[in-house]
Design a binder for this molecule. Structure first.
Ligand SMILES: Nc1ncnc2c1ncn2[C@@H]1O[C@H](COP(=O)(O)OP(=O)(O)OP(=O)(O)O)[C@@H](O)[C@H]1O
Length: 469
């Protein structure tokens, strides 16, 4: 038996042989189960008794869940058991660049989504975090704006900020960080969402469509995810700067978020309802859009995304020096770089039905609005739909869940350093990360790699739509 094998007796059954490689733990008792070491989260040991905790699927089609394998190593000396456990845990944590026993600040919105945040956290998420030896400091929000205050004033000696809610609370937390007395250090604390809201776009972007709503996958990301730097955007209106991490929506796109609040019972379908309602009205949005162009060629943007997904990005992304632009080493929020009077703004002259701008592929379950968005290119993706026919727009909409609208020639897709919007009529609204702002002149620019997420992959997990043949 190699030093990596250990026989334990589980209950009265035949002995189970446990063995590990650098990649996985194998559990064999008649049939063998392989558990990737990334999914092994903890071992409790008392003498020769062991409790091994891991996240897995009981059957292939089952959701992820926490399993605790309890047994006694009857025929091994204490020090053999000790060495076996120590090496296994080392491979499952430090060997993957992950610190054991992360200190977590956990913010839960009891009113997010279907109001199951607290129950879900207590029943499913917390046991995983405890089994992984994390320390928890849990706060339930009591009102809108509470998460903003918490993150604005919190001590920065946490390894992770866990947010149990939807995208609205993430927006609040990032704005709290922006107003923290040490904003740059606050933004260095990685965020890890647990999807219990109505809109969980960030969770989809981190975990992908298959796992994006799986709170066990989210819990595993809290325990084992690696830091991934992301750009955040400054939305500036009337001299006031708001941090936006996901989207700004105008025209038909704003109809998704605005005026559908009373339809929360519909869950995410309310966004589709809003879109269809806007489509029936089919009004161009009364704005002038101008941008500082970085790229207009969809082929090149797609290739850049593919390259990014191939290389081992988690390593690059964890190196803060690689991504922070000069100037962000200071403790203050980076200053704005662009103004209306600069040279080099491109003005869009044709009428637009909607403008959707932001970061991260998914903005919701049925909408992969920015399929080629990169976490840290320092650029804003803009999808602008010129006024064409309803059937054209409907075809684009049909492909939106998988981002297929991206390749349609009648959709303008721009990567920009910054953009500006000037209203041409006094009425309307802009939705910033789902929050309503008046349609008054505003500017948006990107801050490269300013904030941090935990990610299993080191890149956004959305599958971009294939290039049409
Ligand atoms: N205790 C509370 N009572 C009422 N509202 C709260 C409470 N705590 C936080 N909120 C507010 O709930 C809003 C929605 O939160 P969040 O986005 O996380 O959930 P959601 O269900 O996905 O909502 P949305 O669809 O607006 O994104 C936030 O703007 C936040 O300010």
């Amino acid at each position: 038996m190699s030093r990596r094998d250990l026989r334990i007796r589980v209950g009265t059954k035949e002995p189970t042989t446990l063995s590990y490689t650098d990649k996985e733990l194998s559990i064999a008792n008649g049939r063998a189960t392989q558990v990737p070491l990334r999914q092994v989260i903890g071992v409790q040991r008392s003498g020769r008794s062991l409790e091994i905790s891991y996240i897995g699927r009981k059957k292939t089609a089952d959701p992820l869940s926490l399993t605790k394998l309890v047994g006694t190593a009857e025929d091994a000396e204490d020090d053999i058991v000790d060495a076996w456990v120590t090496t296994l845990l080392h491979l499952a944590y430090e060997g993957m660049g992950v610190k054991r026993g992360r200190r977590l600040k956990v913010v839960i919105n009891p009113h997010g989504g279907t109001k199951k945040g607290v129950a879900t956290f207590n029943k499913t998420v917390e046991p995983i975090l405890r089994a992984a030896g994390c320390s928890l400091d849990v706060i339930h929000t009591t009102r809108p704006g509470h998460a903003y205050e918490i993150s604005k004033t919190m001590s920065l000696d946490y390894d992770v900020m866990v947010i149990v809610s939807g995208d609205g609370l993430i927006h609040e937390v990032l704005n709290g960080f922006a107003h923290h007395e040490q904003p740059i250090n606050a933004f260095r604390i990685p965020l890890a969402p647990v999807p219990t809201g109505t809109g969980n776009g960030l969770s989809l972007n981190i975990l992908g469509m298959a796992d994006g709503f799986d709170v066990c996958a989210a819990a595993l990301n809290i325990v084992k995810g690696l830091p991934m730097k992301i750009d955040v955007l400054s939305f500036t209106q009337n001299g006031k700067r708001t941090i936006s991490f996901m989207s700004q929506a105008l025209g038909l796109a704003a109809d998704l978020d605005i005026g559908t609040d009373h339809l929360r019972w519909m869950g995410e379908s309310r966004f589709m309802f809003g879109f269809l309602r806007g489509l029936i009205q089919f009004k161009p949005c009364p704005i002038e859009l101008s941008y500082k162009v970085a790229e207009l060629d969809k082929e090149k943007m797609f290739d850049a995304l593919q390259k990014r997904r191939i290389k081992d990005t988690a390593k690059d992304a964890t190196d803060p020096q690689a991504l922070h632009e000069p100037g962000t080493e200071s403790t203050a929020l980076p200053p704005l770089k662009y103004s209306a009077t600069d040279e080099g703004w491109t003005v869009v002259t044709e009428p637009l039905l909607y403008v959707y701008a932001g970061k991260g592929p998914y903005v919701g379950r049925d909408l992969m609005t920015f399929p080629v968005s990169l976490p840290d290119d320092g650029l804003i993706d803009i999808a602008a739909q010129p006024v064409s026919s309803r059937s054209d727009v409907l075809s684009n909409l049909g492909g939106a869940p998988k981002g297929e609208h991206y390749w349609r020639p009648n959709l303008k897709y721009i990567k920009a350093h910054a953009y500006r919007v000037k209203p041409l009529a006094p009425k309307g609204a802009v939705a910033v990360d789902g929050e309503v702002f008046p349609l008054e002149e505003f500017q948006v620019e990107a801050h490269r790699g300013l904030a941090t997420l935990l990610s299993p992959y080191g890149y956004y997990a959305a599958e971009p739509p294939p290039r049409p043949t």
